[in-house]
Design a protein around this ligand. Structure first.
Ligand code: 1GP
Length: 226
């Protein structure tokens, strides 16, 4: 499948370790979002990933797996988002887990389905920040990571990850100015349509996750950002 990332504006990220009713899942999948991502940090298992994927597959919406645990990688997704955590202190979050995953799953982790994300995690309290042993980068650091993502590694995506908190709009704007080819994904703390519109001014794609589980009705409005 050709992944039409260049047309994306908005993605919902569903956490397989959290509960979403069938009625709410239907509204998410029929919301007009460009794709649904399944991903999270804690308690991600093969079973809960496959269960949620089966439920999303009832709908006519592309579904991707953002890989965070090697044991929870399942075949059949339309695409696989592979984070490479650029501000991690540990090589395993950039290379080694990926290496192990490819040895096992290369038959379906293919050129056509993989979207490698240069991840920069900016919320020190985020579970992913702690798990991936990150260091908080300065503004100059972030801009250099963005430059590296595009010019050194030619990554399709640079992901500013504020997971759980609403980020620094000025920084998102500056990072966008650093990028020409690499798409800028922004995720973190978007709870309202106004916030979605604000971040979408600069990011190519915004990702909404947690607010689906805290204020569903407001979260659903974030799709409507034209
Ligand atoms: C998390 O970037 C996504 O990986 C979305 O963040 O859960 O804070 O919306 P939130």
């Amino acid at each position: 499948m050709h992944i039409p990332m260049n047309t994306w504006k908005h993605l919902f990220k569903l956490d397989p370790a959290k509960n979403l009713s069938d009625a709410h899942l239907k509204l998410v999948c029929e919301s007009g979002t460009d794709a649904v991502i399944i991903g999270g940090t804690d308690n991600i298992t093969f079973d809960n990933v496959v269960d949620l994927f089966a439920r999303v597959s009832e709908y006519d919406i592309p579904c991707g797996l953002e890989v965070s645990a090697k044991d929870a990688i399942a075949p059949g997704f339309d695409f696989y988002l592979i984070p490479v955590v650029m501000n991690s202190n540990e090589k395993k979050w950039m290379m080694d887990i990926h290496h192990e995953a490819i040895k096992e799953y290369r038959h379906f982790l293919t050129y056509e389905t993989i979207i490698t994300e240069g991840y920069c995690i900016l919320n020190e309290d985020a579970k992913a920040y702690k798990k991936a042993a990150c260091t908080l980068p300065t503004k100059e650091d972030v801009l250099a990571y963005a430059y590296m993502a595009e010019h050194m590694f030619r990554l399709p995506v640079f992901y500013l990850e504020y997971s759980g908190v609403y980020g620094d709009q000025a920084l998102v704007e500056q990072v966008k100015q650093e990028l020409d080819e690499t798409l800028l994904f922004y995720g973190g703390g978007i709870e309202t349509k106004a916030q979605a519109m604000e971040m979408k001014q600069h990011a190519d794609v915004i990702i909404v996750g947690n607010s689906l589980y805290t204020n569903f009705e407001e979260a659903l409005q974030t799709v409507d950002i034209e």
